[in-house]
Design a protein around this ligand. Structure first.
Ligand code: UD1
Length: 357
């Protein structure tokens, strides 16, 4: 069996690393990197650290409007699929790379396997929602991380080949946590002690694409009572410059740093008091590392993290931040919301029993 894996954005490298380990010994896996993320610390570092094989094809599409970027990927992926003629195309998550991979494959009538299927925020104004809805409906094999995702697909009439496999990101956390904790020197580098700081990561379009919203978020973080370590996504950096908000970052409250690799991210989060984020990945990683999270969005697709009391939605009223933090109760329990850490094995079994054309 030959499989083409399409990846392009940071979280996809983390997920693909966990599945690739299972696929490689017995399947032929061809990796296509769309080039959606291209900075060293947004891409190459993850391949090295997580021992993900170098891409067989690098499309180098870079940044652009959604239409430009997706179109370049679509055309590049189609070329690869025509050459490689795989039995299955594997896509992850909800980025433009996911959409382009599933669309290129479906048009060539190649079955698509979607890892992280069924997630919904029920808001098509969010670019990722468009990507995931379209991808799910083009996919033959749907690998869901949660029971909620399975239900969402059911409601859209997707009942066949839906597999509840748990969250592949949990596999990654379990596999790399010990090494990350041993190797990361991020607290020494930043001269911080455990529990003495917060972590903030902001990059979603909902939060960065209007100056009012981005400014309100930065101002709210400044109200916090401890240092906020802020690994800054290039998109956020760009928008802060564009909106002339840079002066807010000069406060001693902020420790603005470059995007971190996977090991430093896991360790930095694991030792912090609270994480403030709009990243779906970090909401789950916080839960997996038993760290309270405040999500700077109106909604989340990871509803289980909210239901168990580990995640709190800040919504549009950023002035609530100090109240949210002071009333935060750290739950004593963290039930296994994301499976057993063996998602890759489950996905591998389904893929290898899928009949070849
Ligand atoms: C993308 C995904 C988002 C995911 C995130 C993970 C889409 C629509 N969004 O968002 O779902 O959570 O990746 O990080 O696919 N840039 C650089 N260097 C890079 C990459 C990006 O400078 O290596 C800058 C460029 O200015 C670019 C901007 O960041 O225009 C946004 O990058 P893009 O890939 O379009 O979206 P992300 O915000 O990274």
């Amino acid at each position: 069996m030959k499989l083409v894996t399409v990846i392009g954005a940071r979280p996809q490298f983390i997920k693909a690393a966990s599945l690739s380990r299972f696929l490689r010994p017995s399947l032929k896996e061809v990796i296509v990197h769309t080039g959606q993320h291209y900075d060293e610390n947004m891409s190459a570092v993850f391949f090295r650290q997580l021992q993900l094989s170098q891409p067989d094809y690098h499309l180098g599409v870079g940044s652009g409007t959604h239409g430009q970027q997706t179109a370049r990927m679509l055309s590049g992926i189609e070329n690869v699929l025509l050459i490689e003629k795989p039995d299955i195309v594997l896509v992850y998550g909800d980025t433009n790379s996911t959409l382009a991979g599933s669309l290129a494959a479906a048009k060539l009538q190649i079955p698509v396997a979607h890892v992280e299927a069924g997630l919904r925020k029920f808001d098509l104004n969010i670019p990722e929602e468009i990507n995931r809805v379209v991808t799910d409906h083009l996919s033959t094999l749907l690998f869901c991380p949660t029971q909620t995702a399975v239900k969402n697909l059911e409601q859209e009439g997707k009942l066949d080949h839906v597999y509840m496999v748990g969250d592949i990101m949990y596999d990654s956390v379990i596999h790399f946590k010990q090494t990350a904790f041993q190797q990361s020197k991020i607290l020494q580098i930043l001269d911080l002690s455990p529990q003495d700081y917060y972590v903030a990561t902001i990059h979603r379009a909902e939060n960065t694409d209007t100056p009012e919203r981005l400014k309100a978020i930065l101002l709210s973080l400044l109200q916090l009572d401890q240092i906020v370590v802020f690994p800054m996504h290039p998109r956020t950096k760009k928008m802060i410059e564009q909106y002339n908000l840079g002066s807010l970052l000069s406060s001693a409250k902020f420790r603005i740093i470059e995007p971190l690799d996977y090991f430093d991210t896991l360790y930095l989060i694991s030792q912090c008091k609270v994480v403030f984020t709009d990243s779906g990945g970090i909401q789950r990683e916080a839960y997996m590392l038993r760290v309270p999270c405040i999500t700077m969005l109106d909604r989340t697709e990871w509803v289980e993290t909210v239901q168990t009391g580990w995640n709190h939605l800040m919504g549009s009223d950023t002035s609530r931040i100090a109240d949210l933090v002071s009333n935060l109760k750290v739950p004593s329990e963290s039930p296994p919301l994301f499976g057993d850490g063996h998602s890759a094995e489950k996905i591998y079994k389904v893929l290898t029993s899928f009949p070849k054309k």
